[in-house]
Design a protein around this ligand. Structure first.
Ligand SMILES: Cc1cc2nc3c(=O)[nH]c(=O)nc-3n(C[C@H](O)[C@H](O)[C@H](O)COP(=O)(O)O)c2cc1C
Length: 400
């Protein structure tokens, strides 16, 4: 006989009996959800899971939901990873990391097979001794204190999972998402808009890859260099703004309520370490506009409905409108600085902490490709989700 446990329902004052096996099943469901709380995955149909720690053996990503038949090789991914690699200028850390990617699964004879694509980058230049003094103290501006509060235990080597190196997995996966977007005529241009107080005042696309900061304005890049020299002299660091412009996106991406495209993109960008704010279109500037200046009018051009302006940044009601999607990620100054900072140990002793070792005086240039990758992952996912939004499309897919 199956043992039964008595429980109750308030409705109709009825007492019901639930078999033991059902309760067991319910408990298992709860356990499964609890396990999911680590949240290392992003996306629905195009799902990216990143794994690995700063000073572990390797880091990487698993991309599940990439369609079969996409041509893909390690070089496609390496081009992206090289854009976030340290040691490319005097403003990025001097660690000699090759950050070479290996595709472990999901690709056969140069094409994706539709099965999970596993991507790995081995850690080769991780000198743990540089981080020894932070094992028991909490670095200001880092996740050390909050990790201890949450887990009661942490991998202190270079920040472990909350290290900027975690973004290697995002960028590797972003390279695949970008290839998918490219096949659909969607392109992304990402660049640095400001570093500290230095803002771009002109836009030359060709210039973006010509300077250490990925700025589309050579003069601003030179000024940003001078500003960072000053920061470095003062053992200090700087922040900045990254802008991302996405063209060729069809109208209709994003869901009307919780999974608005604006919400998904904000989630994607805010999940990058050091990103403190995200703007879409005119962003926070809309608060000082009027309806008459903020609204984008509509008109007909070559027989098509188009907008007369793009204050909304390509998203209305959470759904892409077909015009350029404009995003900005605001990045804080690098938290690791070598000037003395006040902190405490886990055992509540106060101390003055100086963080020596290799840290960028500014995170912005290396985060440019990370922002682009997260935007690409979000859009690839939204494109796949949107394929079933209309019965006509589903019918076309299966019947034609
Ligand atoms: C690409 C990238 C590289 C980073 N490199 C560094 C670094 O060299 N030194 C550092 O202190 N923080 C670096 N960070 C930032 C920290 O990881 C981040 O500020 C820290 O985990 C705290 O998280 P929060 O700023 O989101 O609160 C980097 C972040 C990114 C996205």
């Amino acid at each position: 006989m199956v043992p039964v446990y008595k429980t109750f329902t308030l409705r109709y004052n009825k007492v019901i009996y639930i078999p033991h096996s059902y309760i067991y099943h319910t408990k298992m469901t709860v356990r499964k959800d609890t396990k999911y709380m680590s949240q290392s995955s992003f996306g629905n149909k195009f799902k990216v899971t990143t794994w690995g720690e700063s000073h572990g053996k390797a880091l990487g990503a698993v991309v599940d939901g990439c369609p079969a038949g996409l041509s893909l090789c390690e070089d496609d991914i390496q081009i992206f990873l090289d854009r976030r690699k340290p040691g490319q200028s005097r403003y990025t850390t001097a660690r000699k990391e090759g950050d070479l990617v290996e595709i472990l699964s999901g690709v056969f004879e140069g094409k994706t097979t539709g099965t999970p694509i596993s991507l790995m980058v081995r850690n080769t230049d991780q000198r743990s001794r540089d981080y020894g003094n932070i094992a028991y103290s909490y670095r200001p501006g880092h996740a050390d204190y909050t990790f201890d509060q949450k887990y009661g235990f942490r991998d202190y080597r270079g920040g472990g999972r909350s290290s900027g190196r975690e973004t290697i997995g995002r960028v590797a996966a972003g390279a695949i998402a970008s290839k998918i977007l490219g096949e659909l005529g969607i392109s992304i241009c990402t660049y640095t808009k400001s570093i500290g107080p230095v803002k771009i005042s002109s836009f030359d696309k060709e210039e973006i890859n010509q300077n250490a900061f990925y700025m589309p304005d050579a003069q601003a890049a030179a000024k940003a260099g001078e500003y960072l020299e000053e920061c470095m002299k003062n053992q200090d660091s700087a922040g900045g703004v990254i802008e991302c412009r996405i063209t060729g996106t069809p109208a209709g991406l994003g869901e009307p309520v919780f999974d608005k495209l604006s919400a998904l993109l904000s989630h994607a960008l805010m999940s990058i370490g050091a990103v403190k704010a995200v703007e879409i279109g005119d962003g926070i500037a809309v608060t000082s506009l009027n309806g008459s200046t903020d609204n984008d009018g509509f008109t007909i051009k070559d027989g098509e409905i188009v907008k007369t302006s793009n204050h909304a940044g390509g998203i209305m009601g959470g759904i892409s409108d077909g015009s350029e999607i404009i995003l900005r990620a605001h990045i804080k100054p690098t938290p690791s600085i070598s000037q003395p900072q006040q902190t405490v140990t886990k055992d509540k002793e106060t101390l003055s902490l100086e963080i020596h070792g290799r840290h960028d005086p500014v995170i912005v240039p290396r985060a440019v490709v990370v922002v682009e990758s997260m935007a690409a992952i979000t859009l690839a996912d939204a494109l796949f989700v949107n394929m079933s939004s209309q019965m006509d499309r589903v019918r076309d897919f299966y019947m034609n």
